[in-house]
Design a protein around this ligand. Structure first.
Ligand code: CP
Length: 374
C-alpha cells in the first residue's frame, strides 16, 4: 500500500530554525570547521520545479548532463532538504536503488545509501566486484540486463572509463556515474558546488563579468587524470564569471589534456600552471586538491611534493576543498580551521544526492504543502 504523503495535512512544511538541527552531521560545538548554513542559499524565492523536472528519468553520466541553472536549483533543493524534517514524507518509498561499486569507496556509496535510506528507499548494495559474476568473467552488458529487472536506478563505480558504455548496452533504467576510471564523477562535483554555494551563495547569481574582483581558483592535482578534479573543474566553468584566474598546480607536464584546455579557453578565464603550491598559495581564494589517481591498473599518488598544512600562508578567508580520500597533501592540522570546507563537501553530499534522486524519480508531489517549490 502506498504511504500517504503529509500533503494531505495542509500544514506548512516544518523548516527548522537556524539555531536548531536534528541532523547528526554537526561538528563538535567548539570546532572552527566551516559548516555553512544552508538557509542563505535556499533564499526566499521558490525553487524552480520546471528546471528540476528536466532530470526526471534521466541518467547522469557527466557534468555535461547539467547546466548552470540545474546545478543551482538542485543545490537550493538540497539546502531545503538539509533544513527540513524530511523523514515523515517517505519520498523514495517503493524505489530500489542498486549501488554497484566495482571499485573501492568510502563516501560515495555510503552517502548515496544514506540519502536513499533516509528517504525510505531500498538498496541492493554491491560493495565489491568480487561478489558479482565479474569474478566468473561475466560481462557488464549482461549485468546491466539483469539490473533492469532488479532495481529502479543504478549507481555505478568502476575502474575503467568505458564501463558506462558497456553497461548501457542493455540498461534501460537510469544510471548515475559514481566515478568511471579517469573519466568523471559528476555527483561529487554537485556535492562540491553545494558546499561552495552554501559558503558564498552570491556565486549562484549570474552577474556581469567582474573578473578582477573575482576568485582565484587553485587546483592541486591533475584534472586530466583525476575524475573528481575534472568534474569539479567542468562544473566550475558553468560559473565562470566568478573566477578571475584558475591555476593548476601539478607535477605532470600536461595536467589538463587537450579537451579541458579547450573548455577553459572557451570560458575565457585567465589560466596558468605552476609546479609549486608555495609560490601561489597566498593569492588563492579557493583551493581544490587531490593526489590519488587511478592510472593503468592501480592507484598512484601524484603531486606528493605539494602539501598544505596550518603553517601554509593561506589567505584569511581562503577555503580548501578535497573530495577525499587524502594522503599527505592535506595535513589533518587544517581540519579544525575555518579553511576546512572539505568536511562540508562530504557531509552535504547526502542532501545533494537526495535532491538528485527525488528529481530523477519525480517524487516532488510527496512533499508537504508550504514547500517553496514552483
Ligand atoms: N569522494 C569520493 O569519491 O570518495 P570515495 O572514493 O570514498 O567514494
Amino acid at each position: 500500500m502506498k504511504k500517504k504523503s503529509a500533503n494531505s495535512s495542509g500544514q506548512p512544511a516544518p523548516i527548522l530554525p537556524a539555531n536548531q538541527s536534528t541532523k547528526p552531521l554537526e561538528p563538535p560545538e567548539d570546532a572552527q570547521t566551516l559548516r555553512p548554513d544552508p538557509r542563505e542559499l535556499l533564499g526566499s524565492g521558490p525553487i524552480d520545479l520546471g528546471t528540476l523536472k528536466k532530470l526526471v528519468n534521466k541518467s547522469v553520466l557527466s557534468v555535461k548532463d547539467f547546466d548552470r541553472k540545474t546545478v543551482v536549483e538542485l543545490c537550493r533543493f538540497a539546502a531545503l532538504l538539509e533544513v527540513m524534517e524530511i523523514a515523515p514524507y517517505h519520498l523514495l518509498d517503493g524505489k530500489i536503488l542498486i549501488t554497484a561499486f566495482f571499485e573501492a569507496s568510502t563516501r560515495t556509496r555510503t552517502s548515496f545509501e544514506s540519502a536513499t535510506l533516509r528517504l525510505d528507499g531500498k538498496i541492493i548494495s554491491i560493495p565489491d566486484a568480487a561478489i558479482t559474476g565479474v569474478k566468473k568473467g561475466e560481462s557488464l552488458g549482461d549485468i546491466g540486463e539483469m539490473f533492469n529487472a532488479y532495481g529502479d536506478l543504478v549507481i555505478i563505480r568502476h575502474t575503467e572509463t568505458d564501463a558506462l558504455e558497456r553497461i548501457l548496452r542493455n540498461l534501460r533504467i537510469p544510471l548515475i556515474n559514481a566515478g568511471n576510471g579517469s573519466g568523471e564523477h559528476p555527483t561529487q562535483a554537485l556535492a562540491d558546488w553545494y558546499a561552495l554555494l552554501k559558503w558564498t551563495p552570491a556565486l549562484a547569481a549570474k552577474k556581469p563579468q567582474k573578473r578582477n574582483g573575482g576568485l582565484h581558483l587553485g587546483i592541486m592535482g591533475t584534472p586530466g587524470n583525476m575524475r573528481a578534479v575534472k568534474s569539479f573543474l567542468l562544473m566550475s566553468l558553468l560559473f565562470e564569471e566568478n573566477f578571475r584566474r584558475i591555476t593548476v598546480v601539478s607535477e605532470m607536464a600536461d595536467p589538463l589534456g587537450p579537451e579541458l584546455r579547450e573548455e577553459i579557453e572557451r570560458a575565457g578565464i585567465e589560466f596558468s600552471e605552476s609546479n609549486s603550491i608555495q609560490e601561489i598559495v597566498s593569492d588563492l581564494d579557493v583551493i581544490y586538491m587531490n593526489s590519488i589517481a587511478f592510472l593503468g591498473d592501480s592507484y598512484r599518488s601524484l603531486d606528493s611534493q605539494n602539501k598544505l598544512d596550518k603553517a601554509s600562508p593561506l589567505k584569511k578567508n581562503a577555503v580548501i576543498m578535497h573530495p577525499l580520500a587524502r594522503l599527505g597533501e592535506l595535513d589533518t592540522n587544517l581540519d579544525d580551521t575555518r579553511h576546512n570546507l572539505y568536511f562540508a563537501q562530504a557531509h552535504g553530499a547526502v542532501f545533494a544526492r537526495q535532491a538528485l534522486l527525488i528529481a530523477i524519480f519525480d517524487r516532488f508531489e510527496r512533499l508537504p504543502e508550504g514547500i517553496p517549490l514552483k
